[in-house]
Design a protein around this ligand. Structure first.
Ligand code: GLN
Length: 243
């Protein structure tokens, strides 16, 4: 029996799970176990209630444009809860399609504008109007390597997206692109960080390949839930390279 108990909300886990983004939960549980913590998971999907005070962590995975359109119709019902969760500094991981929907909007590959909930300030356009027809390519696909300018940490991932995301106020990039395309193929940024919310185009899944981010999320969750606990052992956890 673990000493600490955490709860994770998996937003639209039945609809948004590109390239096994659910593997992020497996990674969180793996590192949580080393911190003497376990994680109970609820999928929060269409028509479900979301009470932010019930949860310590959240995941919103990637998806196809069609699923994003379906999800975008339900998401406003959860906006207030998600906004509170994020502003309370609780750790939230949003990948690709989930990242896009936390922002203002996403213009899909067919030119349709899919509204986001705008709890973060970024917006996402389509590549159809950006890449030349000569390139015969309208998606960013391939391996990505980025560097976090604050910590010097390098993160590895795989991207496959039509969207071109531009960050807004109060958002920092997760890293600067060293290889690959990142947010938009233009300004060298990849992902977004706001408080303890991490947004990214990385599949892989990101946390299985970049345990340092899982560690940061778990420490933030434990500090929120157990403010008086001595977490020095969890803080000392060494993350072995996984690639
Ligand atoms: N449908 C979105 C895009 O193509 C998100 C893709 C994804 O989640 N992998 O940009």
């Amino acid at each position: 029996m673990a000493k600490y108990h955490l709860r994770l909300a998996h937003f639209y886990g039945d609809l948004m799970n590109t390239y096994g983004d659910i593997g992020n939960i497996i990674a969180l549980r793996y590192y949580a176990k080393m911190m003497d913590a376990d994680i109970a998971v609820d999928v929060i999907s269409i028509d479900d209630q979301f009470n932010p005070d019930d949860y310590d962590l959240a995941l919103f995975g990637g998806g196809q444009d069609y699923e994003q359109m379906v999800v975008s119709k339900d998401l406003p019902s959860k906006k207030a809860g998600i906004e509170k969760f994020i502003n309370d500094g609780k750790p939230f991981l949003a990948v690709c399609g989930g990242y896009q929907l936390l922002g203002k909007y996403y213009v899909g590959a067919d030119g349709e504008k899919i509204p986001g909930i705008g709890v973060l300030d970024h917006y996402t356009t389509t590549q159809s109007s950006h890449r030349s027809a000569m390139e015969n390519q309208s998606r960013f696909i391939g391996n990505v390597l980025i560097k976090d300018p604050r910590t010097g940490e390098e993160y590895h991932g795989f991207e496959n997206h039509n969207g071109r995301t531009f960050l807004g106020k109060d958002e920092q990039p997760l890293g600067i692109v060293e290889q690959g395309h990142g947010n938009n193929g233009e300004d060298k940024t990849e992902g977004a960080v706001y408080k303890n919310t991490y947004c990214t185009y990385f599949h892989g899944p990101i946390l299985t390949r970049n345990g340092e981010i899982a560690k940061k999320m778990l420490l933030a969750a434990l500090k929120n839930r157990y403010p008086d606990a001595d977490l020095s052992q969890a803080e000392a956890l060494q993350i072995a390279p996984t690639f």
